[in-house]
Design a protein around this ligand. Structure first.
Ligand SMILES: [Ca+2]
Ligand SMILES: [Ca+2]
Length: 157
């Protein structure tokens, strides 16, 4: 999962849920960013099965800063143990598009260089860094570099 996302970009967040019960169940899973509910998805799972749900977070309208990404599986009727229904996915920072390395909230030569070093790498390759793939299309290409360069010199506040 990305740990940095440019403000205004969308990112995908995968959440794996399991049905630990003895019966097939249909239940809802809601993805939260801090206290904001982003999206609710429904899953139907056979007993002891698991599935990965992909949620999309559009960061438009979210101020720059750190966010806790977490998911909540709504309890099904008769569910005895709800202590594991909340999963923390991790922290994600919303910042200026192109700001991928320290110092943060600033796009400088270190950011642009970091992205350029990973130029033409694809998701799954060793050098590929999801955080440097600004538009999250699975490849670090000229569009990511251009998007970072457009914000070159920007600093917040
Ligand atoms: Ca930076
Ligand atoms: Ca890209």
């Amino acid at each position: 999962m990305k740990t940095i996302v440019g403000q205004g970009y969308t990112m995908n967040i995968n959440v794996t849920v399991a049905n630990q019960g003895d019966f097939t169940e249909t239940f809802n899973v809601t993805l939260y960013v801090n206290t904001t509910a982003i999206q609710t998805r429904q899953a139907t799972l056979a007993n002891k099965a698991s599935i990965t749900l992909t949620f999309t977070w559009d960061t438009n309208g979210f101020v720059k800063g750190n966010y806790t990404i977490w998911a909540y599986a709504w309890p099904v009727q008769g569910e005895a143990d709800t202590s594991d229904n909340t999963f923390i996915n991790g922290m994600v920072m919303v910042t200026i598009p192109g700001d991928v390395v320290e110092p943060y909230f600033e796009v400088d030569i270190f950011d642009v260089t970091a992205i350029c070093i990973c130029y033409d790498t694809k998701s799954g390759e060793t050098l590929y860094q999801a955080d440097y793939d600004l538009d999250s299309n699975g490849i670090i290409d000229i569009y990511d570099i251009v998007a970072a360069c457009i914000n070159y010199g920007q600093k917040d506040p």
